[in-house]
Design a protein around this ligand. Structure first.
Ligand code: ATP
Ligand code: MG
Length: 561
C-alpha cells in the first residue's frame, strides 16, 4: 500500500510538467508519447499492486476471525457451569456472531485506513514541500487540527454507543433463544402475543441503539468533507495569488491541487479508521472479558497419577453452590469400595444430584474432602476422573444426531457388538425395532422425537457403552415403568460386577440390592446402612418403602382385575 501511495504522486507531477511545457511551447511529440506510455504502464503496475495488498489484507482478516472464534469456543468448552450462570447463552453467541466480525473488520478495513492515512498523507506532504511550495502547503492544511479534534470527539461517542448496541443485541439473542427453545411451553400457556410484544420491545431497543451508532457514523464523512473543502478553497485562492506573483508556475498550481485532492481520501480514511477502531476495540473488550474469566475448577498444578479408582471416599464433605445462601451438602461421610453399589435416596431437593455432581468436578469443593484411591480429587487431572465416569443426568441431554451417534457419543470407536450389548442392557432393543430407520433415526433437537422414557434409556445406553469404572445414575429411570426399571437394573448389575455404581432415585426398590444406602435430608445423611438395616431402623426409609410397596401391589391388582 505504501509503495502504491509513493507511485501515486508521480502522475500529477508529470501532468504539471506537461502543462508548463505547453505554456512555454516546448512540448515535443516524442516527449508526450513517452509520458503517455509511462502513465499507461504505471496504471497497470498499480492495478497489480493494489490487487495484492487488498487480497492479502482482507483474506487474513478472515483468518483472524476464524482464530478468534476457535479460541472463544475452546474457552467455552473448558468452563464450569458457574461460568454459564454468569454469562447468558445469547450474549456468548453475540460475541461469536457480532463482536468477532467487528474485530476482524478492524483488522481489515481498519488497517487499510490506518496505512492509507499515515503513508498517504506523509508521501503527499513531502511531495508538496519538495516539489511545489511549503507556504502553500501550510496554508492549505491550516484546518487540519479541527479535523483531528472533531474526529476524536465523534470517536468517543461512537465507542460508547457501539458498546450499548452490542449489549442490546446480546439481550435480543437471549430472548430469541429462550423463546424458540421454549416455544412449546409458550404455546401451551398461550403466551405468544405477550412474548411477541416483549420481543418487539427488545428489537426496538436494538434498532434505537444501532440508529444512534449510525447517527454518529454518518457525522464522520460530512465533517471530513467540510474541512477538506476549506482546504481546497485556501489552496486555489492562495495558490493563484502565488502564481500571480510568479512564485509558482501554473503547472505547479495544477499539480498542487491534484495533490490536495489526493489528501481527501487519507483524511476521510482517518475518520473511518477512528470509527472502525472504536467499534473493534469495544468488541475486543467484550470478547476479552469473556476470555479472561477463568474456570473456578482449575486443573491441579502437579496432578497425582491414579491408575484406578479403588476407593471413593467422602470425608465430612460440606458443599454450597456458588452464590447460594445455604449448604446443599453437609458433613457427608461415605466410603465406597470398587465394585460396590451405593444407593442415594431422600426427598426432592435433599441433595442427591448435588452429591453425584461432586464426582464430575463441576464446582470447587473444599480441599481433601473427597478422595479417590486416597488422593484428593482436586489433585487428579479432570480428564482422568472423567474418563472413569459414565453419567446419566437427571435431565437427559441428547443431541440432534442419530440414535447411534448419541449412544456412541463418548466412545465413537465402540464396535457394533458393544453397541448392541448396551442397547440390550438398557432395554431399548424393542423400541429401535419399531423405528423405520432403526439406529439411524435422527431424534431432533434435544431428542424431541423420543418419549421421556426412551430418552432416559438412550442416556443409559450412552453411559454403559463405555463400560465405565464408575456409573452415576441420577434418577435415570423415573420415566420408565417399574417392570422395565427392574429389568434394566438387573442387567446393569450383571454387566457391572467389579465396577462401582452410584444410583440416586425416588423409587426405593431400585436400590434395595445396593451394598450401602444413604438417606439424605436437607443435605445431611439422616440414615444409612443396607436395605435390611434400614428396614430394621424403621425411619423415613422404612415408611417410604412400605408406601411404595403398597402402591405397587395395588397397581398389580388393578392390572390383573
Ligand atoms: P430431586 O429429587 O428433585 O432431583 P435432589 O435431591 O437431586 O432433588 P439437588 O438437585 O441436589 O436435589 O438440590 C439440592 C439443593 O441444592 C436444593 O435445595 C436446590 O435448590 C439447591 N441447588 C441445586 N442446584 C443448584 C444450583 N445450581 N445453584 C444453587 N442451588 C442449587
Ligand atoms: Mg436430583
Amino acid at each position: 500500500m505504501t509503495i502504491v501511495n509513493v507511485l501515486n504522486v508521480i502522475p500529477p507531477k508529470m501532468i504539471g510538467n506537461v502543462i508548463d511545457s505547453i505554456r512555454l511551447d516546448q512540448l515535443s511529440a516524442p516527449q508526450l508519447t513517452k509520458t503517455v506510455a509511462f502513465l499507461f504502464a504505471l496504471g497497470i503496475f498499480l492495478y497489480i499492486l493494489n490487487f495484492i495488498w487488498v487480497y492479502s489484507l482482507f483474506g487474513n482478516s478472515f483468518l483472524l476471525e476464524k482464530m478468534l472464534r476457535s479460541r472463544l469456543f475452546g474457552h467455552l468448552t473448558r468452563m464450569a457451569p458457574s461460568f454459564f450462570h454468569r454469562n447468558r447463552t445469547g450474549d456468548l453467541m453475540a460475541l461469536a456472531t457480532n463482536d468477532v466480525p467487528a474485530i476482524s473488520q478492524t483488522a481489515g478495513y481498519g488497517v487499510l485506513t490506518l496505512v492509507s492515512t499515515v503513508s498517504g498523507t506523509t508521501v503527499v506532504l513531502i511531495t508538496m514541500v519538495t516539489l511545489i511550495d511549503y507556504k502553500l502547503m501550510l496554508a492549505a492544511l491550516l484546518p487540519l487540527p479541527f479535523l483531528a479534534f472533531a474526529i476524536s470527539v465523534l470517536g468517543k461517542q461512537m465507542r460508547k454507543r457501539f458498546l450499548a448496541a452490542q449489549a442490546a443485541f446480546g439481550k435480543m439473542n437471549d430472548h430469541a433463544l429462550e423463546s424458540i427453545s421454549g416455544m412449546r411451553v409458550l404455546r401451551s400457556y398461550v403466551q405468544e402475543t405477550k412474548d411477541m410484544e416483549a420481543f418487539g420491545g427488545v428489537t426496538q431497543d436494538v434498532m434505537d441503539k444501532n440508529r444512534r451508532v449510525a447517527f454518529v457514523g454518518a457525522l464522520f464523512q460530512p465533517v471530513v468533507q467540510t474541512i477538506v473543502g476549506i482546504s481546497y478553497a485556501i489552496g486555489i485562492g492562495y495558490g493563484s495569488y502565488l502564481v500571480f506573483h510568479s512564485e509558482l508556475t501554473l503547472g505547479q498550481l495544477v499539480s498542487f491541487n491534484i495533490y490536495l485532492g489526493m489528501l481527501i481520501w487519507p483524511m476521510i480514511s482517518f475518520g473511518e479508521f477512528i470509527n472502525v477502531l472504536q467499534r473493534g476495540s469495544a468488541s475486543a473488550d467484550r470478547v476479552d472479558a469473556a476470555l479472561r474469566q477463568q474456570t473456578d475448577v482449575p486443573e491441579p498444578r502437579e496432578p497425582v497419577n491414579v491408575e484406578e479408582p479403588l476407593v471413593i471416599e467422602f470425608d465430612r464433605l460440606t458443599f454450597r453452590y456458588p452464590g447460594a445462601s445455604a449448604d446443599s451438602l453437609c458433613d457427608i461421610s461415605v466410603r465406597l469400595n470398587r465394585g460396590e453399589t451405593l444407593g442415594v435416596v431422600g426427598r426432592t431437593g435433599s441433595g442427591k444430584s448435588t452429591l453425584l455432581k461432586q464426582l464430575l468436578r463441576q464446582y470447587p469443593i473444599p480441599e481433601n474432602r473427597l478422595r479417590i484411591s486416597g488422593v484428593p480429587i482436586e489433585n487428579i487431572s479432570q480428564e482422568r476422573v472423567k474418563s472413569w465416569i459414565g453419567y446419566v443426568p437427571q435431565e437427559h441431554l441428547l443431541l440432534s444426531k442419530s440414535i447411534r451417534d448419541n449412544i456412541m457419543f463418548g466412545f465413537p470407536e465402540a464396535g457394533d457388538n458393544r453397541l448392541h450389548q448396551a442397547i440390550e442392557a438398557a432395554c431399548f432393543t424393542g423400541d429401535i425395532e419399531q423405528m423405520k430407520e432403526g439406529l439411524d433415526t435422527v431424534i431432533g433437537e434435544y431428542g424431541v422425537m423420543l418419549s421421556g422414557g426412551q430418552k432416559q434409556r438412550v442416556g443409559i445406553a450412552r453411559a454403559i457403552v463405555t463400560d465405565p469404572e464408575i456409573l452415576l445414575l441420577d434418577d435415570a429411570l423415573s420415566a420408565v415403568d417399574a417392570r422395565t426399571e427392574s429389568r434394566i437394573l438387573q442387567n446393569i448389575r450383571s454387566e457391572r460386577s467389579g465396577k462401582t455404581t452410584i444410583i440416586a432415585t425416588h423409587r426405593l426398590s431400585a436400590v434395595s440390592h445396593a451394598h450401602r444406602i444413604i438417606v439424605l435430608e436437607e443435605g445431611r445423611i439422616a440414615e444409612q446402612g443396607t436395605h435390611e438395616q434400614l428396614m430394621e431402623l424403621g425411619g423415613w426409609y422404612r415408611r417410604q418403602y412400605d408406601i411404595q410397596q403398597m402402591e405397587s401391589n395395588l397397581m398389580n391388582e388393578l392390572e390383573k382385575g
